[in-house]
Design a protein around this ligand. Sequence first.
Ligand code: ADP
Ligand code: ZN
Length: 432
Amino acid sequence: MFWEKEIETIPERELHRLQLGRLKKTLKQAGKSPAYGKIFKTHRISLDKIKTLNDLKRVPFTTKEDLRKNFPYGFVTMAKEKIVRVHSSSGTTGRATAVFHTVNDLEGWANLVARCMFMTGVRKGDVFQNMVGYGLFTGGLGFQYGAERLGALTIPSGSGNSKRQITLMGDFETTVIHIIPSYALHLWKVFAEMGLDPRKDTKLRIALIGAEPHSDATRQRIEEMYGVQAFNSYGLSEMNGPGVAFECPEKSGMHFWEDHFIVEVIDPKTQKVLPDGEEGELVFTTLMREAMPLIRYRSKDLAAIFPEPCRCGRRHRRISRIKGRSDDMFILKGVNIFPLQIDMVLMNIPEVGTNYQVVLEREDFQDKMVVRVEVRPEFFRGELRQLENLRRQISESLKSEILVTPKVELVEPDTLPKSEGKAVRVVDRREM
Ligand code: ADP
Ligand code: ZN
């Protein structure tokens, strides 16, 4: 049931004691980096002021901008001789950031990923195909070492090359995949093109999906298309990468590992810490990192902490599905909209295919939103005009969710741009 029973079921008081000890050690270590050395001095942070976990609030936040300003070595606490690897964010929202690891850091990370995978039911004897980019992106090597630690047979297939992915799945009888959700939807079409049905023609049983926001409707689609159990995987390179938070078999929120991270939720505007249950920006403090500890790192990712304990018995709390980054939100005619809301509506409509794109435009000083939606091949019989009812249904469903009426355009299957990494769903042309 558990990868590390004692730590996964640790009682709250014991956990807090453990966290406080690790926090003090982390702050001491962090102070050795030039960046935190300066920050701690400016804000007069000293270890004797940290008596309870609550005292963490005395330490200022660290932002992505701080990491960029101190790029590349400013937050590193030790000589290069002791550091063995650097990873970098995908740079989805600007210049990439770099994070450094010692051997121990990598050990701790691999163990966390193994813990997550084990929690979803992956075991020795499983064949694990890791269908994401290797290299600086953390999803590749992060899952690779985690799966090896668990003892699964691993196929480091990397991203893209869909036909080969499918061949590998057949040859080696893959049972578990790690895949970006938008790519899973796309790959299913390639199966169909090859005359294959993943439910019958593969041995797949588990899909680990993450790295980009997706709705529960998308998860359900993936489960149906592939005949698997799909689990949401959340991580960010600044907090190692994958292995930060993951769904358990209850599939209701993602457990975040409180022996490795302190997680706070703040109001992104006022920066006040919010109580459990309220949605805000996730803020992370590493508790086990040596080369580059980060204190109160503002992730920009929006979610809420569930106050209730989980039925699976793990005592580490859970976060909700990630709503998106605070800068994913766009404003149209005064209404705040998250791409995830659109995903949820579209993926709940069976006739909608596997890809869509949102384009924001400005015409005659008026903002408008065009939603291009691929129609599922079974429903597409050569004539898009016959699908007027569907078009209207999509438009009305979107309106009731996001409160503005978008222009919906139905397009033929396989005509919208697709990406092998994180999908780019929203194109904002209003500033150009
Ligand atoms: P970048 O920030 O440049 O994309 P990363 O590879 O570090 O680089 O990506 C981490 C980010 O990806 C997270 O901060 C979050 O916004 C997004 N992300 C990762 N996993 C999920 C998930 N399961 N659901 C929603 N968003 C996710
Ligand atoms: Zn659970």
